[in-house]
Design a protein around this ligand. Structure first.
Ligand code: TYD
Ligand code: MG
Length: 504
């Protein structure tokens, strides 16, 4: 007889243990372990859990398992890589291209995409917009609605331009019970296979959108919907469905405002693509970032604007963060940062003032605070600037977030500019990674950064000497090279009028 098993799970991070522990070794939280009964081995009769494909399905080699070959007696055989077909041609087009880029150019058959983000950031809006576009191409879209009623989804779709005659293949499945949902999805798949395929490019294709994974629950798991065990199990079963049928599945996962990533984080290893939705400073700009992509580049970014009629790509995203810039003010420096295959010009602002209280403040927004502390220490030690008794405030203008080390020198130039009350000229771009010994290092993708700077009217770039010479990339730009941060900061603060007199 099948045996049921008991395990203990951390309700915060989903860490699994055989016995109860007071403190979770995974996340360090106290008193978060809960006992949960796991499904009996093999699950209930008729269940469609992990690896629950029937022998018949296995033999048939359903899409997504094309490499699964069995020899005499049903024993699994290894298949040479050369005999396995590439799925590259099976990418389903995605519009707009801004979103297609973060998905690696299109949607791969049988892939699972996790879309995480805070509640209200626009996950449902983005997926409804994509669903409407696919439905208009003849693709069948099944929207599993666990959070909203079908009427609410219809209202949102109408806001996004839904017309019944253009999207006949857009259907809603209002279901949160996993087993019922799977039966319904399997039935839909069968009806799709038996229906005669039309001429439309999307005919015979189906996309499943689960909004959200936190609302799904399985009868095999003794835990509340939204708990780590339910999320893990339901996510795994939906991933199994995608690979079994070859139909792409989107899973929406909420990330709480307190930064608690428990739910979606648990799924990251079992999905193919993880997209995170970021809002910027409560404004209308939204960014969708690919933090994992088995079928494309990670770090890719889509910049969208939330309007009254949905999310639309932003024109001139490269200079989005420069809008409202005042120019020749002390305490600001512009650098070109890379996000995936894109370049953005961002202004880093700094305010350095003598501290009025005992412990100087360090307040940072949009950059890692430890990185700013490190750069301030380099400025003190290597460029002789006295910052120890000063309050330091650093911010990325426009609400962006920077992880690119190429912004180091610009952060230092902004700090020095505020300390010395001397502006970095508006047409100067500052590029470079700083080292602890005070050296300025070369940045990656220099050509793309210089191209973006030239395109948006920058005339001078302060940076480390580039490897090799390229006339093309420096065309129209004055390059001021530096090897130390002291030199780099001095060049950045050099007034435009003095340039003819010397420098580099
Ligand atoms: P929603 O997609 O429901 O967020 P999520 O699924 O991530 O929780 O978006 C919610 C917000 O977006 C809501 O405040 C209304 C706003 N919105 C617009 O501004 N324009 C639109 O066209 C739509 C559909 C929503
Ligand atoms: Mg939603």
């Amino acid at each position: 007889m099948a045996k049921s098993t008991t395990r203990f799970f951390c309700t915060d991070c989903g860490h699994e243990e055989l016995r109860w522990l007071g403190r979770c070794p995974g996340c360090g939280q106290w008193n978060t372990f809960k006992e949960m009964k796991l499904a009996p081995e093999g699950g209930k009769k008729g269940s469609r859990g992990f690896g629950s494909r029937s022998g018949k399905e296995r033999e048939a080699g359903a899409p997504g398992f094309a490499g699964n070959r069995r020899g005499p007696g049903g024993v699994l055989e290894a298949v040479p890589l050369a005999e396995i077909g590439s799925a590259e041609h099976e990418r389903l087009p995605v519009a707009p291209t801004e979103v297609a880029r973060v998905l690696g150019g299109g949607l791969v058959a049988g892939s699972v995409v996790l879309l995480g983000g805070e509640p209200g950031v626009g996950k449902s809006t983005l997926l409804t917009g994509l669903a409407l576009w696919w439905a208009a191409q003849g693709v069948r879209v099944l929207y599993v609605a666990g959070e909203e009623s079908p009427t609410q989804i219809r209202m949102r779709a109408e806001r996004l331009g839904f017309a019944a005659d253009r999207s006949p293949g857009f259907s809603i499945l209002p279901e949160v019970h996993l087993e019922t949902l799977l039966s319904a999805l399997d039935r839909e798949c069968q009806s799709l296979e038996t229906s005669t395929e039309g001429d439309a490019p999307g005919a015979g294709k189906c996309i499943v959108i689960v909004d959200s994974i936190q609302t799904l629950h399985s009868e095999h798991i003794d835990a509340f919907p939204g708990s780590p065990t339910q999320i893990k199990y339901c996510g795994g079963v939906m991933a199994d469905f995608a690979r079994r049928t070859g139909f792409p599945v989107f899973l929406v996962g909420h990330v709480t405002k307190s930064g608690d990533l428990a739910g979606p984080k648990l799924l990251e290893h079992m999905v193919d693509t993880v997209l995170y939705f970021e809002g910027s400073d409560g404004g209308p700009i939204r960014m969708v970032r690919a933090v994992k992509n088995r079928f494309g580049n990670t770090g890719e970014l889509a910049v969208l604007e939330m309007r009254g009629d949905g999310l639309v790509p932003v024109d001139q995203a490269g200079v989005l963060f420069l809008s409202g810039r005042r120019g020749n003010e002390p305490g600001a420096a512009v650098c070109a940062i890379r996000n995936g295959s894109r370049t953005f010009l961002v202004e880093i602002q700094a305010l350095v003032s003598p501290s009025r209280y005992g412990t100087p403040q360090r307040v940072v927004q949009g950059v890692d605070s430890k990185r700013v502390a490190l750069l301030a220490a380099i400025l003190e030690k290597r460029a002789g600037m006295d910052l120890a008794g000063c309050d330091i405030f650093v911010k990325v203008a426009g609400g962006g977030r920077i992880d690119d080390p190429a912004a180091d020198l610009a952060i230092m130039a902004a700090l020095a500019s505020s300390l010395r009350e001397r502006p970095v000229p508006a047409s100067t771009l500052v590029l470079g990674e700083a080292g602890l010994t005070g050296e300025v290092r070369r940045v990656t993708d220099l050509d793309a950064r210089l191209l973006e700077a030239g395109r948006h009217g920058f005339a001078r770039v302060v940076m480390a000497p580039a490897a090799g010479k390229s006339k093309k990339r420096t065309q129209g730009l004055e390059i001021a090279t530096c090897t130390s941060v002291e030199e780099g900061v001095a060049l950045a603060l050099e007034p435009a009028a003095n340039r003819a007199l010397g420098g580099c």
